[in-house]
Design a protein. Structure first.
Length: 74
């Protein structure tokens, strides 16, 4: 019985953990300053107003000519 419970618990933990780990990082590049940020960066005040480009990796942002934000360290 204990074994079954621990198996169920392990399955639940894996179900929660795997999508979190597999989720791609999300970055937002400011088209005007050419700086990319984590989406939760405190310097992003108007994500709907400015011109933002979405990236899923730092390599993608760098190759597009953006540099990393010094506040959120993406
Ligand atoms: Zn930032």
């Amino acid at each position: 019985m204990r074994r079954i419970l621990s198996l169920i618990l392990a399955a639940v933990i894996l179900t929660i953990a795997i999508p979190t780990l597999a989720y791609p990082i999300e970055l937002m590049g400011n088209d005007e300053s050419k700086i990319y940020h984590r989406i939760d960066c405190r310097t992003i005040k108007y994500p709907e107003r400015n011109h933002w480009t979405r990236f899923t990796s730092t390599e993608q942002a760098i190759s597009a000519g953006y540099r990393a934000c010094k506040i959120c360290h993406p």
